[in-house]
Design a protein around this ligand. Structure first.
Ligand code: XMP
Length: 527
């Protein structure tokens, strides 16, 4: 196992992800973790990047014992500065310019010991830099193994000890050969075995959950029927059986027959202890006359919590009467790593774009009031890893590959008011659109697709009469991370066939449009 000590960079988890992709197992702890508390000895230690300045008072520092352990160390960005600072605090200074973006790294050959980190990487490599502070002096005993135009100490290595530092970020995709560098470090330098598998994650996570929850406490969690919450729920069921209570709330804004399908799949196929609550009436009553997107989201979110809270109290009461089970004291959330990053960046200017994050989903009154603690077994995984996990948990391929579906459902795909009539029209159109995508065998080429509804109506002619009909907006995008996206390039004949079927089969629709916007500036959902 490699130990990653986290100084709080938004990319720290990517280090774990890259190591896992190399099949090297790694665990992350806060940078201030005391080595004496560890029950295992790491094969190597990575010091991550971080937002602070090493020389500022109150900045985080590692336990000096890290340097006494005798295992290889790799410092990345702040981690590299930390290595230099630990040797002499005057080695690091505030930069004069922020170095941000791509840089060409020139690799310097020194000797067989110092060159190990960059072994096999040739003479230059592209790298991604993002730093302000920098090394101004080489720490004692170190040599330079890489430079950039702006950074004399882009890569350093100790002359005799296995201690290395890089100023750039090998964990980012923008450093294309960073994976090889991390492989050199973890496998060749640390001697870690590249034999970790996702099935190991299942076992480790089940053990961790059992230990955390104990043998009496109960856990509740909401499931939407999407891949993340289903995988998290299945993992919980494997760990603690029926002491995990899944709750699915039908908010009246699900896709056609979706809540029914969720019930069959989760309860009958996957054996999850599931309660389905039909909240349609309450949600739609509260949404009556509401057209403002953020207000809609807020109402949907609050109504969800009201119903969920009621159900949690009911489960709690029931639990009191079961002899072998204890209090409901945990709340399961299927948060993935990208949700964690996006909501961290929520402190920044992106905060007001959309409030769509599930992170920290329950209000304080519920978490504190009922003493619920948050359980997030997927917190370190990325979507493709969750899919892999889902397959290993024997979740059907259809569900594992399903397009993401937002919490507020088609509520954010219907511009304007969510009336029963408008919801039904969007649902029917969506059902035709998605089934034609599946029939054309292109479902896996698209990242997310749906049929939404425009605010107003448009004139059309049907038969001999002039009608005033709804306008359907089709949206289909490709993306790797959902932060940016491109419209999918349908064969035009297929697009026309889809439009024809929707107009013919969905009563009240007179026009169909295809949304050609990229994200940014367009978002994936309409609201
Ligand atoms: P946008 O529309 O922001 O969507 O480009 C990016 C991804 O986030 C999903 N999304 C949501 N998910 N609650 C959710 O759980 C929301 O309110 C929400 N809004 C957007 C969207 O489906 C896409 O995958």
């Amino acid at each position: 196992t490699i130990l990653v000590l986290d100084f709080g960079s938004q990319t720290s988890h990517l280090i774990l992800r890259r190591l896992r992709a190399l099949r090297v197992y790694a665990e992350m702890l806060p940078c201030t973790a005391k080595l004496a508390d560890l029950t295992w000895k790491p094969k190597g230690i990575v010091l991550s990047g971080g937002p602070s300045s090493v020389y500022d008072e109150g900045s985080p520092h590692v336990d000096p014992a890290v340097f006494e352990l005798g295992v290889p160390i790799l410092g990345i960005c702040y981690g590299c500065q930390e290595i230099a600072w630990q040797s002499n605090s005057e080695n690091v200074a505030r930069g004069t310019a922020r170095e941000y973006g791509h840089a060409d790294v020139t690799i310097h050959k020194v000797d067989s010991h110092a060159d190990r980190l960059f072994a096999g990487l040739g003479e230059t490599m592209h790298a991604y830099m993002s730093h302000f502070d920098k090394l101004v002096r080489l720490p004692e005993g170190f040599v330079v193994v890489a430079k950039t135009a702006n950074s004399e100490f882009a890569g350093i290595a100790h002359q005799t000890k296995p201690i290395f530092g890089v100023q750039f970020h090998p964990e980012l995709e923008h450093t294309p050969r960073g994976k090889e560098l991390l492989r050199n470090f973890s496998v060749d330098i640390c001697g870690a075995q590249p034999n970790w598998e996702m099935s190991d994650f299942i076992e480790q996570e089940i053990t961790r959950i059992r230990k955390l929850v104990g043998d009496k406490a109960q856990v509740i969690g909401a499931v939407s029927g999407g891949v993340d919450s289903t995988v998290a729920a299945k993992l919980m069921t494997e760990a603690i059986g029926d002491r995990f209570h899944a709750v699915h709330i039908d908010n009246g804004l699900m896709r056609l027959n979706e809540s029914e399908k969720v019930k069959v799949t989760l309860k009958e196929h996957l054996g999850i202890n599931l309660t389905v609550i039909d909240g349609t009436k309450l949600f739609l009553d509260r949404l009556k006359g509401v057209t403002e997107p953020e207000k809609k989201r807020k109402i949907i979110g609050e109504t969800f919590i009201d119903l969920f809270e009621e159900e949690a109290i009911r489960i709690e009461k029931e639990a009191e009467n079961t002899p072998n089970a204890g209090k409901v004291s945990w709340f399961l959330q299927g948060t993935l790593y990208p949700d964690v990053i996006e909501s961290l960046s929520f402190k920044g200017p992106s905060a007001t774009i959309k409030t769509h994050h599930n992170v920290g989903g329950l209000p304080k009154r519920m978490m504190d009031g009922q003493g619920l603690r948050l359980l997030e077994p997927l917190r370190e995984l990325f979507k493709d890893e969750v899919r892999d996990l889902g397959r290993r948990l024997k979740i059907h391929e259809d569900l594992v590959n399903r397009f993401p579906f937002p919490g507020p459902g088609i509520g954010v795909r219907i511009l304007g008011e969510c009336t029963p009539e408008r919801i039904e029209i969007a649902r029917q159109a969506d059902n035709i659109f998605i089934s034609m995508i599946k029939e054309a065998n292109i479902y896996n080429e698209i990242s997310q697709a749906y049929a939404g509804l425009d605010t107003s109506k448009a004139v059309g002619v049907m038969g001999d009469t002039r009608v005033y009909g709804y306008i359907i907006i089709l949206r289909a995008v490709t993306t790797s991370d959902f932060m940016s996206a491109e419209p999918y390039e349908f064969p035009f004949a297929l697009l026309k066939a889809i439009a024809r079927r929707i107009v013919n089969e969905v009563d009240g629709v007179s026009r169909v449009t295809y949304d050609l916007s990229s994200k940014p500036p367009g978002t994936i959902e309409l609201e």
